[in-house]
Design a protein around this ligand. Structure first.
Ligand code: ZN
Length: 153
């Protein structure tokens, strides 16, 4: 195992054990579910979007370390981003986890680059991208709806 692999492993385990932005988001106006039947990963991404900008984000769910850590890392990266910036970031992330990006592209992604090792396991790529698909679906979820969090008992 190289030093880089070890560092990446640490980032993934850290986010898996102590997920950031975890739980239902109060005041969320968008949400979408993601399900990866290949692995059994399930998650829901909650967004608060104002004027096309993600002002807050959270997720909850269960599944393998890759899916949960990737969701945690993603939520840390989305705040303050517009729809097209989220899409652009996802394209970069997807190229890294599918092995097309190379080490340099992975390094440029910061903690998100820690998922680069997934490229050696094609079946796990869906685990790593699950949260992103849910986040993009949530951004496109433009129907007016009551916030995902109900204050009713
Ligand atoms: Zn998985």
């Amino acid at each position: 195992m190289s030093d880089l692999d070890e560092l990446y492993q640490e980032v993934i385990l850290d986010h898996y054990r102590r997920p950031r932005n975890h739980g239902v988001l109060e005041g969320a106006n968008r949400s979408a579910e993601g399900y990866n039947p290949l692995c059994g990963d399930r998650l829901v991404v909650y967004l608060k979007v104002e004027n096309d900008v993600v002002t807050d984000v959270s997720f909850e769910g269960s599944g393998c370390a890759i899916s949960q850590a990737s969701a945690s890392v993603m939520t840390s990266a989305l705040k303050g981003k517009k729809r097209d910036q989220v899409q652009a970031l996802f394209e970069k992330f997807r190229s890294v986890v599918s092995g097309e990006g190379g080490d340099e592209a992975a390094a440029a992604l910061g903690e998100m680059g820690a998922m680069a090792g997934v490229s050696q396991f094609p079946t796990r790529v869906k685990c790593a991208t699950l949260a992103w698909h849910a986040a993009l679906a949530a951004m496109d979820d433009t129907q007016t709806r009551t916030p995902a969090v109900s204050t009713e008992p």
